[in-house]
Design a protein around this ligand. Structure first.
Ligand code: ZN
Ligand code: ZN
Length: 304
């Protein structure tokens, strides 16, 4: 049975890149997750992990000469989720088409925010100078991005107004806006052929868990959830992390259990945490929710 959804982790680290021998097993690049669904390629966030994905796509392109097409979904536009974008080499091919979606933040369109991050003197060229074809659009909660089989161009539909296609005929991307992160964050649910993955990075748990997120993640095959802090870091009286918009593994496990997901991937690792500490954290989480994995760079999960 071939995979319905194939998830590849290209960057799993939160806040800033953390290269070095102490992070080699888990990986030091910031968030980027690739999801293959049918003949579509979706990319969640453009942290520095996107650079490695770009390299892989360029190798494919040199081989088969097929133009690169992808749908890029931003959870939000903090540095660690955008920094790989200007170094995504397929952007420099005129034959590439990129559909880009994300939130409007602080009264600014996604395109405005991205173009300000890519502008002299902070970057040598502007967004407008990129030769690829780009379609950029803000999303709102209640909108659903649909990608039909056989058509690479995504459509945006309204959940409560439009007749959505069946998930056997199209990939559906649902959006939940969370306020459990400074300036807000989008949580995405990608559905295809009775399978679903939920990408919930940069989100902080609530007392008795985030009930909206639990409903949104209900029954997913894979939940990718922020797990940046240990409980002692989160509750530290010296440097408390409460309110910074990130979770502990206990918060991630709480959502996974209540939503009845099949698997949980702990994500957005604290850059100060070394491999040994993260692997210990993985074991601790597995004692409570056995189907937990620590997201590692290069790891692939197939949902069938
Ligand atoms: Zn982040
Ligand atoms: Zn953030």
């Amino acid at each position: 049975m071939s995979a319905v959804l194939t998830v590849t982790f290209w960057g799993v680290r939160g806040s800033y890149p953390a290269p070095g021998s102490h992070t080699q097993r888990v990986g030091g690049n910031t968030p980027c997750v690739e999801v293959r669904a049918g003949n579509h390629r979706l990319i969640l966030d453009a942290g520095t992990g996107l650079i490695g994905l770009g390299r892989a796509l360029m190798a494919e392109y040199r081989n088969d000469k097929k133009p690169i097409t992808a749908t890029l979904l931003f959870s939000h536009t903090h540095h660690d989720h955008t920094q790989g974008f200007p170094f995504f080499t397929p952007l420099y091919l005129p034959s590439t088409t990129l559909y880009v979606f994300g939130p409007r933040t602080l009264h600014e369109d996604l395109e405005q925010v991205l173009s300000r991050a890519m502008l002299p003197p902070v970057f040598p060229i502007t967004l407008d100078q990129l030769p690829c074809v780009r379609v950029m659009r803000n999303l709102s909660e209640g909108e659903v991005v649909t990608l039909n089989n056989g058509n690479s161009e995504p459509r945006v539909m309204l959940e409560h107004r439009d007749a959505l296609p069946a998930s056997s005929d199209a990939v559906l991307v649902r959006v939940m806006r969370s306020y459990a992160h400074p300036q807000g964050v989008f949580i995405y649910r990608i559905e295809y052929d009775n399978q679903a993955i939920v990408y919930a990075t940069d989100t902080e748990g609530y007392t008795s868990s985030d009930q909206r997120l639990i409903r949104f993640a209900r029954g997913a095959g894979l939940l990718i959830h922020d797990a940046q802090y240990t409980e002692s870091e989160y509750a530290s009286t010296v440097a408390p992390r409460q309110g910074w918009g990130h979770s502990t593994w206990q918060m991630a496990v709480g959502v996974a259990q209540a939503a009845g997901v099949q698997r949980l991937a702990l994500f957005h690792h604290e850059p100060e945490h070394e491999d040994d500490a993260l692997e210990k954290l993985e074991q601790d989480a597995q004692a409570h929710f056995p189907a937990t994995v620590l997201a590692r760079e290069g790891m692939q999960i197939e949902l069938k």
